[in-house]
Design a binder for this molecule. Structure first.
Ligand code: FES
Ligand SMILES: [Fe+2]
Length: 394
């Protein structure tokens, strides 16, 4: 059995967990090519609740899309009861990867190799000639032992979460600290209103860097004046506060001056139960490991990361409004476009920065970094989470 310490110094990870004044950031090995990545895949992705997409992407029963989580092939599908289900994307016969393109499954998903077929519950329903010519059953072969393997999944605020190892506490318990925090902004009734924008509701940014830089950057507002001068002209650094969630699962920042302004003076409808004394508060929270959320009185977004390799990350942005009219009607199309453009431009400003962070990590002289004890707390919080999760199995 390989050991983490063969790839990374455990002492360096312990230093990350020190108090912020005494800590350094995660060491270079966590961002560069090498054997470390496989430990990260197991401990920070397979063993955690992670986001692999949004449910709005699957509209009709039978829709299925393939997704690779750090090389692990998966199928996301909508079953006959409109439930999102996730399966390992591998045929139980000889291991062919079943699904390569999004598709609409009518009755069964058929393997192209020897034509075994599975229904929308992952049940093996057809095994042609398995017992010899024209014999579709075989003595001693028990079909039910060869169903597709389902992955534990849960949909929350339209995000599809999975826990591949099946080891985590139930998702509703897992998310309790963040739900509790946000219960002062919106109720379940408000949450049920979120509707994916019909147009201007999605963009993809491709970051030539490690996924962790996106989370670290999202956690802090320290960079606002220099990286986002436009944003900083109305939502200034001093109007922000830190968020550090306990247990140690999320971090981020909030603003006290959210005040959307669009051409023509029109505004989006608000969540009906959002308290009037909190209208100018918006929160930006990274839920570890791989999703960044934004909640505002009039819209919500999911900015989720697909780590492809140690230095390549796809950033998926999905935007939601309050109810069908705001999300779909022509009446709000111009506003949706303006809001989309604003987020696209802000997240693109960050993209340039996080790619530069990848370059910096090539320096053998870098010690992981020295935090501002006042401005970098949420970023340190995330680094500590990574270090602790890695160390906890050693
Ligand atoms: S590998 Fe799928 S049917 Fe043979
Ligand atoms: Fe930023």
């Amino acid at each position: 059995m390989e050991k983490l310490e063969n790839y990374i110094s455990l002492e360096k990870l312990e230093v990350v967990c020190n108090s912020i004044e005494e800590a350094h950031g995660l060491p270079n090995e966590c961002y560069l090519e090498g054997g470390y990545t496989k430990f990260e895949r197991k401990l920070l992705f397979e063993d955690k609740w992670v986001v692999i997409g949004v449910a709005s992407n699957l509209k009709q029963k039978g829709e299925a899309i393939p997704f690779n989580l750090l090389g692990i092939p998966l199928i996301i599908l909508k079953d006959k009861n409109d439930k999102i289900r996730v399966f390992h994307n591998v045929c139980s016969h000889r291991g062919y990867k079943l699904l390569n393109e999004p598709c609409k499954i009518k009755n069964a998903l058929r393997c192209p190799y020897h034509s075994w077929a599975y229904d929308l519950n992952g049940k093996l329903v057809s095994t042609p000639h398995i017992g010899g010519m024209d014999k579709n059953d075989a003595d001693g072969f028990v079909k039910s032992r060869s169903d597709l393997i389902e992955v534990r999944s849960y949909v929350w605020l339209d995000m599809i979460f999975i826990n591949i190892s099946g080891n985590q506490i139930p998702f509703d318990k897992y998310i309790e600290p963040l739900e509790k925090r946000w219960s002062k902004f919106w109720t379940k009734e408000d949450q049920n209103l979120i509707t994916h924008a019909q147009d201007n509701g999605y963009f993809l940014l491709e970051a030539k860097c490690n996924w962790k830089f996106a989370i670290e950057n999202y956690c802090e507002s320290y960079h606002l004046p220099w990286v986002h001068p436009g944003l900083n002209s109305y939502s200034k650094l001093e109007d922000h506060y830190h968020i550090q969630g306990l247990p140690n699962r999320f971090a981020g920042q909030g603003t006290l001056v959210y005040n959307p302004r669009f051409e023509g003076g029109k505004i989006f409808p608000n969540f009906p139960n959002w308290p009037s004394d909190k209208e100018e508060i918006a929160e930006y929270v990274a839920l570890f490991p791989n999703v960044m959320l934004g909640i505002h009185k009039d819209h919500y977004y999911v900015y989720w990361l697909e780590p492809v390799s140690y230095n390549y990350t796809k950033e998926h942005m999905d935007i939601y409004y309050v109810g069908e009219r705001a999300a779909k009607s022509d009446e709000y199309m111009s506003l949706r476009k303006q809001n989309y453009e604003q987020w696209h431009s802000i997240q693109s400003e960050d993209l340039r920065i996080i790619e530069g962070m990848q370059d910096g990590r090539q320096s053998p002289a870098f010690n992981g970094g020295n935090f501002s004890p006042v401005m970098d707390n949420p970023t340190h919080h995330f680094n500590k989470w990574v270090a602790q999760e890695l160390l906890s199995t050693n």
